[in-house]
Ligand binder design. Structure first.
Ligand code: NAD
Ligand code: GLY
Length: 361
């Protein structure tokens, strides 16, 4: 088993990375837990619910399962209410522990329920998608979507442990592997050129789900995320670099309608657009832009952005990004691979990027 420790002002917690970790998750339930509430969805319950039920036989308190409908469309107040209803119906107290068993959608919602139930109870993340294992389960961002904006209602609330079972990646659809790899290569782009080069060299092994390479990618990604979150838990500065490619990516998701492209696919394409913009405004060499384009393609993410009805609509969508300040769009940019900055960019440069990267109408 590999372990990464996340150290934040709100508390420290371990990330355990292990093939077969689902069989050992009882180690992350504190002895004084009064109940364990596993939040999941029918897809994951069918695949891994039984293993988790058996594993939790080792804890002495009651175990309750709450199954929510699958999909980003259900990352909603309705689903959040279902979790809270289940807790209240059984009169769960402050020592209850929520376990989030699923991808980023389940993790964000179960974490938010833990943040607000009785003003905050403990929760454990068991991420089952690659994206959740390398990104969303670590760092304490929790949320639901509002009809007027994605992830707009939420809280920072750190888990007490993250249990990553690399075996569960074998049942993921291939598109979900590509989407998760986009977040993996992001870490190389913002923090570590040698890691980006390692991803280039091993893209095929990662796409083929070679367990050794996937587990290395997960461990390095968790280390990078822990480093950034430890330095800036609540995104008052540095943490914003984790949003490389996301200003463009969120516009794609919102513009096409959530679920058309996966979040990670949109981020992958957004990495290319951020690289093109970096070339125009902070000197990233064109050869480096081409490396980004080639790797995004090699991990199976789209390399051309949708037209979304033209540049003006793109700007409307990007102004809805949470990083926007007084209506000014902020971008994460790379002066070189391995270094990131956050700043506004001239509109002419953004329009050039849209012209170069988007399909025509
Ligand atoms: P997801 O949670 O919707 O999971 C994708 C699909 O895979 C779902 O249908 C799910 O049921 C299925 N699935 C999950 N594990 C499986 C497995 N092992 N085998 C087979 N199928 C499995 O999507 P996601 O990409 O994990 O998460 C996306 C969400 O994460 C978005 O809502 C995004 O906003 C959020 N997110 C949050 C953070 C954060 O820091 N909190 C960071 C990035 C993304
Ligand atoms: N995924 C961005 C963050 O955790 O800050």
């Amino acid at each position: 088993m590999q372990s990464v420790i996340v150290q934040t002002p709100s508390g420290d917690y371990p990330i355990h990375i292990e093939a077969g970790a689902l069989g050992s998750i009882a180690r992350s339930i504190p002895d004084n837990a009064s109940a364990v509430i596993v939040v999941t969805n029918p897809t994951i319950d069918a695949l891994y619910g039984e293993t988790v039920r058996q594993s939790l036989q080792a804890v002495s308190c009651p175990v309750q399962f709450v199954s929510l409908p699958d999909g980003e469309a259900h990352k909603s107040f309705d689903s959040l209410s279902q979790i809270l209803d289940a807790l209240l119906a059984k009169q769960r107290d402050r020592r209850a522990v929520i376990v989030a068993l699923g991808g980023g959608v389940i993790g964000d919602m179960a974490g938010f329920a833990a943040a607000i139930y009785m003003r905050g109870i403990r929760f454990v993340q068991i991420p089952t998608t690659l994206l959740a294992q390398v990104d969303s389960s670590v760092g304490g961002k929790t949320a639901v979507n509002h009809p007027l904006g994605k992830n707009m209602i939420g809280a920072f609330h750190q888990p007490i442990a993250v249990e990553i079972d690399t075996n569960v990646l074998q049942t993921l659809p291939q598109r979900e592997i590509s989407a998760g790899l986009a977040e993996v290569i992001k870490y190389g782009l913002i923090l570590d050129e040698p890691f980006f080069a390692w991803c280039e060299a091993n893209a095929q092994a990662l796409m083929n789900r070679d367990p050794e390479y996937l587990s290395q990618a997960i461990e390095r990604s968790c280390q990078f995320k822990a480093q950034v979150v430890g330095a800036d838990e609540r995104e008052s500065g540095l943490r914003a670099i984790l949003n490389l490619g996301h200003t463009f990516g969120h516009a794609i998701e919102a513009g096409l309608g959530y679920g058309q492209w996966l979040h990670g696919e949109a981020v992958g394409c957004g990495l290319i657009m951020a690289a093109e913009l970096s070339h125009r405004v902070c000197g990233l060499e064109m050869a480096q832009v081409e490396r980004v384009r080639a790797l995004v393609g090699a991990i199976g993410c789209p390399v051309r952005a949708p037209a979304l009805g033209g540049a003006d609509h793109w700007f409307d969508l990007m102004r809805g990004d949470k990083k926007a300040q007084a209506g000014e769009i902020q971008f994460v940019l790379m002066p070189r691979i391995g270094e990131a900055i956050v700043r506004a960019a001239p509109e002419t440069a953004v329009r050039e990027v849209l012209a170069v990267c988007c399909e025509s109408d």
